[in-house]
Design a protein around this ligand. Structure first.
Ligand code: 5GP
Ligand code: MN
Length: 317
């Protein structure tokens, strides 16, 4: 990607749109809000940010209240930016804006990215999309709002600096953001560790009902649509469950199935040392990173688990 040209186009643009992926996580929300705040601070322009939803706990970041969750038909954007989304399907309805835009850009860190925009900048070595953006931004123009959003993204995609994607660059970037005035405990506790009573109950239930397969190398759990309805939660309320499954002693791969509608499952996978879960996710139409990936599967939970473990087995022998 010609970055100089990108910033030049931002400077000239009369309309700028930003989007992330469906079912947005902390990095998606953090990196999109970081781009929003950076453009606001440096170029004094208000971009329009489209996300399927924004959980209440993220709205304290500047711009969080301005997120547009319906996707009205409108005139073409001069510049449209997709962040943290590995393929066109992942940006959901925003596809119509990206395809129609005069200039479309994609910034991402998924190795499985298909390069669907006119210009794509993909760095699988970046722990988070927010880390990638932090290095593109001119440090001088990273204000506290932008810094908070970047820090949020990094914290979430590294599981608070503990996943194997965390590098020296990640820590140095986070250090720079602290110097901008970010109060780390505020972001970490409020958005990552804090769970509602109901979320903890669902976590407990998932752990109780989890099963070990393949000599304890694989752990699986699932939450049916019925159970989600019973507790009044949605798939976005279940972050963290997969991380707890992954750290079970002896486990190489953790799988969590979240039923989004009858016989449709959002699948999350994590691995510890050997299995490339992004390769398996791609086989089922999804994507992600080597140690954290996902896809959507159809049928009974039992069928999905069978199909996945078959592929895991191939990588373990
Ligand atoms: P999670 O399990 O947290 O939902 O997702 C793990 C990683 O895989 C994230 O980086 C996420 O963006 C990616 N991912 C999850 N589901 C899909 C999918 O259906 N398609 C693609 N391309 N990536 C996915
Ligand atoms: Mn990410």
């Amino acid at each position: 990607m010609d970055l100089e040209k990108f910033w030049e186009n931002i400077e000239k643009a009369e309309s700028i749109g930003i989007t992330g992926h469906v079912n947005p996580d902390g990095d998606c929300i953090g990196s999109c809000l970081a781009m929003y705040n950076y453009i606001l601070n440096k170029y004094n322009k208000k971009a329009e940010l489209f996300l399927e939803t924004i959980p209440a706990k993220f709205r304290f970041i500047n711009g969080g209240e301005d997120v547009i969750t319906d996707y009205p038909d409108r005139n073409t954007f001069d510049v449209f930016i997709a962040i943290d989304s590995g393929d066109l399907d992942r940006i959901g309805i925003a596809e119509k804006y990206l395809n129609a835009a005069k200039h479309s850009y994609c910034f991402d860190h998924h190795g499985t990215n298909t390069g669907y925009a006119q210009e794509n900048l993909i760095d699988p070595g970046a722990a988070a999309a927010a880390e990638l953006l932090a290095l593109l931004f001119d440090e001088e123009y990273i204000d506290l709002n932008t810094a908070k959003a970047l820090y949020l993204g990094i914290v979430h995609d590294t599981g608070v600096f503990k996943h194997s994607n965390t590098t020296r660059k990640t820590m140095e970037t986070a250090g720079m953001l602290l110097e901008k005035g970010v109060i780390s405990s505020e972001i970490i506790d409020k958005t990552f560790y804090e769970k509602t009573y109901i979320q903890n109950q669902v976590l407990g239930r998932c752990l109780m009902e989890s099963i070990l397969l393949m000599d304890g190398k694989v752990i699986v759990s699932y939450v049916s649509a019925e159970v989600q309805k019973l507790y009044g939660i949605s798939t976005t309320d279940m972050s963290g469950i997969i991380d707890q499954l992954r750290i079970t002693k002896g486990v190489e791969v953790a799988i969590l199935l979240k039923e989004s509608k009858k016989r449709e499952w959002f699948v999350s996978m994590r691995s510890n040392e050997i299995v490339d879960v992004s390769r398996i996710s791609v086989m089922f139409g999804g994507g992600g990173h080597i140690r954290a990936a996902g896809c959507t599967m159809y049928g009974s939970a039992h069928d999905c688990i069978n199909s996945l473990t078959k592929e895991i087995e191939k990588q373990l022998i």
